[in-house]
Write a protein that binds this ligand. Structure first.
Ligand SMILES: [Zn+2]
Length: 292
């Protein structure tokens, strides 16, 4: 059994806050739930969530459907995924409400070239002057998008596998992890819990949807990606994903809000990260068998 997540509506503009039931602490989180989207949740039913401080240097500023993260450094801010349409403006307002200056956002890192992740990047760039970054393959994909659906940003920073970005005291290492899209950009960086460092990995695309043309090819790519991550990543103990349910963001946030002084940080869970990768592997291996 898993804690029921409930969301409390705040006013008319569709911002919701987590409602803490007190039940989540006593109920275990299961890796088997990671890949499964909660019933009824779609891009159309998504709502902006009040910002959640996850670590000393990391905030969740996304929606109930698409993740966005704000990473703070000694030399300014990095936004990971821009959201889209009104969500982008709402997310920027939330960042301001946390006391940050939007002019301090220096980079918008886009996890992959689907419009729900990059659609507002041009707006963030306009408002903040931030550089926008994607992988080569996903820049190309975003540029082919139906412009009635989303405006791709002008091509800016291109990151390849193994590249790093350093801003002040913070370095992000990039992994190009094909599967969900041809050029999913995943990211590894350090987060701090009251000064104690932990290694976070943001998997930029954890599944294959039917939007992909060659589904079997994409599933094969995702399997290869997961196997590579299983063999490459060391010491990752914080699982962040580009969609919140896959990282159990809200369930863990409930636990975080109820955390006692001697309790472990609920987002720090190396074993669960490994279980998540294994579940992704097995799910896609089964899917490939069904497709063949
Ligand atoms: Zn996507």
């Amino acid at each position: 059994m898993r804690g029921q997540l409930s969301l409390r509506r705040l006013g008319a503009i569709g911002i919701v806050a987590l409602a803490f039931s007190g039940a989540a602490m006593s109920q275990g989180l299961s890796a088997a739930t990671h890949g499964q989207r909660p019933p009824g949740l779609t891009g159309q039913t998504a709502e902006l969530v009040e910002p959640i401080k996850l670590f000393d240097n990391l905030y969740y500023v996304g929606t109930t459907f698409v993740s966005a993260y704000l990473l703070t450094t000694s030399e300014g801010l990095i936004l990971i995924d821009s959201l889209h349409d009104d969500f982008t403006a709402g997310s920027l307002e939330q960042i301001e409400s946390l006391g940050f200056d939007l002019d301090d956002i220096h980079y918008v890192l886009i996890s992959h070239g689907h419009a729900d992740h990059f659609g507002g990047a041009h707006m963030v760039k306009q408002r903040t002057g931030a550089r926008v970054a994607m992988s080569e393959a996903d820049w190309a994909m975003a540029e082919r998008v139906d412009r009635a659906r989303a405006q791709p940003p002008e091509r800016d920073v291109v990151y390849a596998d193994g590249d790093t970005l350093t801003l002040g005291n913070t370095t992000i290492r990039f992994y190009v992890t094909p599967g969900h899209t041809p050029g999913v950009l995943s990211m590894e960086f350090t987060v701090y819990d009251d000064g104690r460092p932990h290694k976070a990995f943001l998997f930029g695309g954890h599944n294959v949807t039917l939007r992909t043309g060659d589904v079997a090819g994409a599933v094969r790519n995702l399997i290869a990606t997961v196997e590579r991550l299983q063999h490459t990543l060391e010491d990752v103990d914080v699982n962040l994903v580009s969609h919140p349910w896959a990282g159990l963001i809200f369930q863990r946030a409930e636990q975080l809000a109820e955390r006692g002084p001697s309790d472990p940080h609920p987002f720090v869970d190396a074993r669960d990260f490994r279980a998540f990768l294994q579940e992704r592997l097995e799910t896609h291996q089964s899917r490939l068998v069904e497709l063949q």
